[in-house]
Structure formats: C-alpha cells, structure tokens
Design a protein around this ligand. Structure first.
Ligand SMILES: Nc1ncnc2c1ncn2[C@@H]1O[C@H](COP(=O)(O)OP(=O)(O)O)[C@@H](O)[C@H]1O
Ligand SMILES: [Mg+2]
Length: 303
C-alpha cells in the first residue's frame, strides 16, 4: 500500500515539475505560506516550525522566516542563538545570505528580528540592494513559511495578504475563534490574494476539531464570502510543552506523539494540494516588494 502511494506521489511530483517547467519556463518561484492567528499564544510558532520540518521530510526545500517581533519565537523554540537578523542586513552590516541559519530537519531559518518593518523606511537604492539579495534566494526553496505575530495590525496582516497560502490557527476557545474570524475578515478586506487554510490546534478529540472548524468555515463563507479549506487539527498534547521546554522541534523530539502525527498529516495534505498547479506562486522577490509597498503607503497616509 505504502509503495503504491509513494509511486503515485512521485508520479504526481514529476508531472507537477513538467507542467511547471512548461508554464513558467526557467523561472521557478518560491511558494510563500503565512502562518497567522487572531489571538496570541495559540501555537503559531510551534506549528510553523514543525510544519516546515515535516514538509522538508517530504522532500521539499523549506525556508522559515521568523517575522514575529515579539519574544519566544522560532529561535527560542529551537534553542538557536542567531548572531544576526534582518536588522543587520538592512543596516548593511552583513549580507542576507550570512544571517540564514540551518535548522533541524534540513530547514533554513531567516531570523527577522526588529528589522523587517524598517524595510518601509529604506531609500529606493537601499531597497534595490535588499531585493537583489532576496532574488538570489528565489527558487532555492519550494516554500517560504512565515511565522507572524497575531492580530489585525496592518503591517502584520500584509504578510497574509500577499502570501500564496494563509494558514490561520485557532484553538477551540470562543475568544480565539472570534479573533480568527477577525483576521480572516481583515485580510479579505485587504484583498488577500492567496487561499485560506484553517488549522484547529489543541483539540481534545477529532470530532471537536471537525465541529469547531466547520463552524468557523460556514460563518466565513456566509458572512464574508471567503472560502476556507479546513486542512486539519492538532491534538492537545503534553509533548508540545515538553518539546518547548527542551528547545527541540516536536516532530523530532516526540515523533510518535499525537500532535506530531497530526502536523505530519497536515504537511502531506498541504503538499498534495500544492501539487495542483493553478498559478505561478508569488515568489520571494515580488512578495517582499509588495509588502514593502503596502507599508510605505501606510506610512505616507499617516503623514
Ligand atoms: N497542540 C498543543 N498542545 C498543547 N500545548 C500546546 C499546543 N500548541 C501550543 N501549545 C502551548 O502553547 C504555547 C504557545 O505556543 P506558541 O507556538 O509559542 O504560540 P504563538 O506563536 O501563537 O504565540 C506553547 O509553548 C505550548 O506550551
Ligand atoms: Mg509565536
């Protein structure tokens, strides 16, 4: 059975590669996936890290950008101490390629630090320099996964608005659900170009996950006209906390735990959905150009 599934998957991937190379001759672009939520502390960082590793295990090349300016993020969860971050690149102290640190499971991590939003303040020639450095990363990875802060601040939302895929995380708590709805509403109002996926984290049973997910999905479809793809749920699992305490990624620290299995399943579903090539992904270069221009417009409208 497994052999058969593997064979089919390989075939699908070959076809995908062929179609892509026909459609987008020589210009492979990275698919940008933003992980976000309405409320903080719902499990975004843990999910983003473990999704990245699981996709990498499936043979995908993955970069993970830590774009949350708050504390306790990707580096802390993984026990890494990156020397430099995007702030240093913007200050022209180090080239972009030197801030990227290897993470577990073959993923690459781009530490954001406090630099990201300063992209909006750069002069055009400074921005061109950064963009040309980003351009070199284009196509080197299949996915760029972005771990963002929570909430509906326009700056943070722009990561979701420009992404190919927007993964919204919620827990079954009513406050988390209401805030998730708020984020989807705001992103949709800003003309989000990507597809919305929903993950219900910390569920006590599969049926709880299904009920909660379905509820949010129907409300979004009915009141916002936004289509939501329920990509899965992740169990409430003590292994998550233990992994965090040990500063190791869950899927490596406790690979057989329920939450690990759930995240791996989401990764493989996500991969299969990405096989269906509908349009060329936005790519790293255009993504950063677009979010920077949103921030610039906002700055200008404030003055
Ligand atoms: N599936 C889960 N089961 C149990 N605890 C979880 C789960 N997901 C997250 N947590 C807990 O929530 C905490 C916050 O998660 P984190 O990924 O840092 O959230 P966020 O990035 O959204 O602020 C984790 O340190 C962990 O203790
Ligand atoms: Mg976080």
């Amino acid at each position: 059975m497994k052999d058969q599934a593997d064979k089919l998957r390989t075939m699908a991937r070959d076809i995908k590669t062929r179609i892509e190379s026909e459609l987008f001759k020589g210009t492979k672009r990275t698919r940008v996936v933003t992980v976000t939520s309405g409320k903080g502390g719902v499990g975004k960082t843990n999910f983003a890290v473990n999704l990245a590793i699981s996709l990498s295990d499936l043979g995908q090349k993955v970069m993970l950008l830590d774009a949350d300016l708050g504390l306790a993020n990707v580096d802390v969860v993984l026990g890494l101490v990156p020397r430099y971050n995007l702030y240093h690149v913007i200050k022209q102290e180090v080239p972009l390629k030197d801030i990227i640190v290897p993470g577990p499971g073959g993923i690459q991590i781009i530490p954001g630090g406090s630099g990201i939003f300063q992209l909006a303040n750069l002069k055009d020639y400074e921005m061109r320099d950064i963009i040309s450095q980003l351009e070199k990363l284009e196509g080197q990875s299949d996915y760029l996964i972005i771990d963002t802060g929570a909430g509906i601040a326009e700056n943070v939302l722009s990561f979701a608005v420009m992404a190919d895929d927007i993964i919204v995380l919620t827990t079954p708590e009513p406050t988390s659900l209401t805030d998730a709805y708020g984020v989807i509403k705001s992103a949709a109002a800003m003309q989000a170009r990507g597809k919305f996926h929903l993950v219900v984290n910390r569920v006590f049973s599969e049926s709880q996950g299904a009920v909660v997910g379905q509820k949010l999905k129907s409300v979004c479809e009915r009141f916002l006209g936004v289509e939501i793809d329920i990509i899965g749920f992740v169990s409430e699992d003590r292994a998550v906390r233990s992994a965090v305490m040990n500063q190791e990624a869950l899927v490596i620290y406790a690979p057989t735990s329920d939450a690990s299995k759930n995240i791996r399943q989401i990764a493989s579903r996500f991969c299969e959905k990405s096989e269906v090539v509908t349009k060329q992904p936005i790519g790293i270069k255009k993504f950063f150009r677009s979010i920077t221009s949103i921030w610039k417009q906002k700055l200008q409208s404030e003055h």
